[in-house]
Design a protein around this ligand. Structure first.
Ligand code: ATP
Length: 243
């Protein structure tokens, strides 16, 4: 039996002032699934994540998270409900240490609707997931590399015990070793049943982690399918991504 979707977005629209950036984006993420949102610069990937996270001043269409209509919820309420968002720009406290940053994200453990507990994220588990962070628990955020800050942002979001995370370009501007840790981390989240929706320009990273792909062009979905099929069709990729 197919599991109920964690996230179901239909006909999503969003505006920056008078300019419409999304013209009807639909997508679904189920537990244990990774969906890669791809497309050229300016296609609307980041805007889609922001609209789902409740951060666009003007939007339309429907967004359901775990069966609840979150379309009118504040960003804060959406995050508290267990929908984590990791923006492109890293969001850490520069004057706090790694441990203090993690503590700042802490929320109580959660259960799935059927009652099964989500394995709670603890500092120990996160240090096992991101060994680099484990080597610098007392390092202040401002003194970390961009890639380390990126890992810390993801780790802090996980301290919120989310059912689903939105990841905006997790591999961008990050050293290869850290990209590898990030890919391993995404696969582990998937293995424990979480849902992941990620924006990604890096095809190799998307291929390494994603089950499904949705390609955007000018705020519209121009392709949706499974990742393996997308990788097998060079002409399709060239048409949509120029790759
Ligand atoms: P990138 O990978 O370059 O971030 P993207 O696919 O994530 O691309 P978005 O950032 O979602 O694309 O941008 C979608 C459209 O919205 C683009 O036309 C962009 O110029 C516009 N846009 C994005 N942010 C703003 C903003 N703050 N104000 C006005 N327009 C914006």
């Amino acid at each position: 039996m197919e599991r109920a979707p964690l996230l179901r977005v239909r006909d999503l629209q969003a505006w920056y002032g008078a300019a419409q950036a999304l013209h009807g984006v639909s997508l679904t993420v189920r537990p244990g699934e990774v969906l890669a949102l791809m497309g050229r610069n300016g296609a609307g990937k980041s805007t889609t994540l922001k609209a789902i996270a409740g951060l666009m001043a003007r939007s339309g269409g429907s967004r359901h998270f775990m069966g609840e209509d979150i379309g009118r919820w504040s960003a804060h309420r959406i995050a508290r409900a267990g929908l984590g968002y990791v923006p492109e720009e890293r969001r850490i406290f520069g004057d706090l240490t790694v441990l203090e940053n993690l503590e700042a994200g802490r929320q109580s453990p959660r259960r799935w609707p059927g009652g099964t507990p989500l394995p709670p994220w603890t500092v120990q588990r996160l240090f096992a997931l991101f060994p680099n962070l484990g080597e610098m628990p007392e390092r202040r955020g401002a003194r970390m590399s961009g890639g380390e800050q990126q890992m810390l942002t993801v780790a802090r979001t996980l301290m919120g015990q989310p059912y689903l995370v939105l990841l905006d370009e997790p591999s961008e501007g990050v050293a290869p070793l850290i990209v590898e840790q990030m890919a391993r981390a995404v696969r582990e989240l998937k293995a424990q049943g979480m849902g992941i929706l990620l924006c990604e320009q890096n095809l190799a990273f998307a291929q390494a982690v994603a089950d499904h792909v949705v390609v955007l062009e000018q705020g519209r979905v121009v392709h949706a399918g499974d990742m393996a099929g997308f990788m097998a069709d060079a002409a399709l990729r060239r048409r949509h991504l120029g790759l």
